[in-house]
Design a protein around this ligand. Structure first.
Ligand code: GLU
Length: 449
């Protein structure tokens, strides 16, 4: 059989089924385009129609979320949970609250999550959920009423052994708290059915930091393959949420100088670097006051706000996109290379457009896909589940040691799979192949379900 023709027919058929699901197809194409050598070596995956099965979510739950604002006006949002794949464990993945949420975006995220979770080596299936509800500009009580309404339906479908949601864009410890509270009330059951809980009622230490720290550890591992390190490297971080802020913290602790980050207003460029004092200001601004980066530029005169701009034009050696999908395009990729960037380490899910991905893959720089380098968050979610089952808490140091080990293992699996299938140094191919094989083999073992 001609595998390339099979893969291309397969992609065409999928696109025809749901022509509007562009971002999901982008993710599928990105994974499947790496798999030809695997399918050639193991035709059983083709015979057993593993590709056709793996891209179909096991279940999608779609529901109405009515809620009342502080003025008593009624609003209706859409809620979803995409339970993508449970071959390796219960569905696991975050909840995104953002106006962009729809079935397409959640299928993309659930699909990515399946391979990411597989790479962590922990027993986790893949899922993703959310709502087109935007938490920005809402009061705490509005967010609480919304979260309770969201769970009034979702509680039927999740649970400690079934599906364990966590946070994502627009969904942090506050939202997890409200959702967990309502889940507990409805089920009368205190179990770790969510991760990202606060540490005083079941959460793991270091969970908030884990995705960002993991990104920095992954970058460190990549640079080490070239006998290099983060010491003295100028770094760009785009997003300024949980992932971005803790990536800044760890990149700095490992010797890097982070000179930019970004939010809805634009990018701040701080040529002196975001040091400890400025980071403390940033954390307070973003996490406590939910303010805007404009204030950072007002507070620290050496920093400049570049309104509506992304950071990719600023010269750097290490770039970590940590905001959202397709935030780094072809032009940005070319500019990064032109400015001498040596490493692009993805912190968000699929931040590079397909054209940018191709350019970075074809260059000689180190380039890692989000499903590998941002897996630290869900990995520590897995460790939160372990601690909940054991009814103990590990120290920060214990969790950090696990996190570092897991990121090192993921890095190694990517390199090994890439080398084994004839693409040494290609982290994207390696992550796709290693993530896919584990899920595919479990699906073969479990038969046609
Ligand atoms: N939303 C995060 C991710 O994209 C974390 C998911 C989790 O902890 O379950 O991996």
């Amino acid at each position: 059989m001609n595998i390339h023709a099979y893969v291309s027919d397969f992609l065409d058929t999928q696109i025809k089924k749901d022509p509007a699901q562009k971002v999901f197809h982008q993710a599928v194409e990105e994974v499947v385009s790496s798999l030809s050598p695997v399918l050639e070596q193991s035709p059983v995956y083709v015979k057993e129609k593993i590709l056709e099965r793996i891209i179909e979510p096991e279940r999608i739950i779609s529901f109405r979320v009515p809620w009342q604002d502080d003025q008593g006006e009624i609003h209706v949002n859409r809620g979803f949970r995409v339970q993508f794949n449970s071959a390796l464990g219960p569905y696991k993945g975050g909840i995104r609250f953002h106006e962009s949420v729809n079935q397409d975006s959640l299928k993309f995220l659930g699909f990515e999550q399946t391979f990411k979770n597989s790479l962590t080596t922990l027993p986790l299936g893949g899922g993703k959920g959310g709502s087109d509800f935007d938490t920005r500009g809402k009061s705490d009580s509005e967010v609480m009423r919304f979260c309770h309404s969201f769970i009034n339906e979702l509680y039927h479908h999740i649970g400690y052994h079934t599906d364990i949601p966590a946070g994502d864009l627009g969904c942090g410890a506050r939202e997890i708290g409200y959702m967990f509270g309502q889940y507990k009330k409805l089920t009368n059951d205190f179990t770790g059915a969510f991760t990202g809980k606060k540490p005083n009622w079941g959460g793991s230490l270091l969970r908030p930091e884990a995705t960002g720290y993991g990104v920095a550890y992954f970058a460190q591992n990549m640079l080490a393959t070239r006998q290099d390190s983060l010491k003295g490297k100028t770094c760009l971080v785009s997003g300024c949420g949980n992932v971005g802020i803790y990536a800044i913290e760890k990149l700095t602790q490992l010797g890097g100088k982070v000179v930019a980050c970004m939010d809805y207003d634009g990018t701040i460029h701080d040529p002196d670097g975001i040091n400890e004092e400025k980071l403390a200001f940033l954390k307070n601004l973003v996490f406590t006051r939910r303010g805007s980066l404009k204030e950072y530029a007002e507070h620290f005169p050496q920093a400049r706000l570049l309104p509506g701009k992304k950071p990719w034009d600023i010269p750097c050696q290490v770039a970590c996109p940590t905001a959202c999908e397709n935030e780094l395009d072809e032009k940005a990729a070319k500019q990064l290379l032109k400015n001498g960037c040596q490493c692009v380490c993805e912190g968000s899910n699929m931040p590079c457009t397909p054209q940018a991905t191709t350019i970075l893959k074809e260059s000689s720089i180190l380039y890692s896909p989000g499903k590998a380098s941002n897996a630290g968050g869900v990995a520590v979610s897995g460790l939160e589940m372990t601690q909940n089952s054991m009814r103990i808490y590990w120290t920060r140091e214990e969790v950090d040691a696990y996190l570092q080990r897991i990121m090192k293992n993921i890095h190694e699996s990517c390199l090994n799979a890439a080398a084994q299938y004839g693409q040494p140094g290609n982290y994207c191919a390696g992550a796709n192949i290693a993530g896919f094989k584990k899920v595919a083999d479990a699906m073969l073992d479990q038969g046609l379900v």
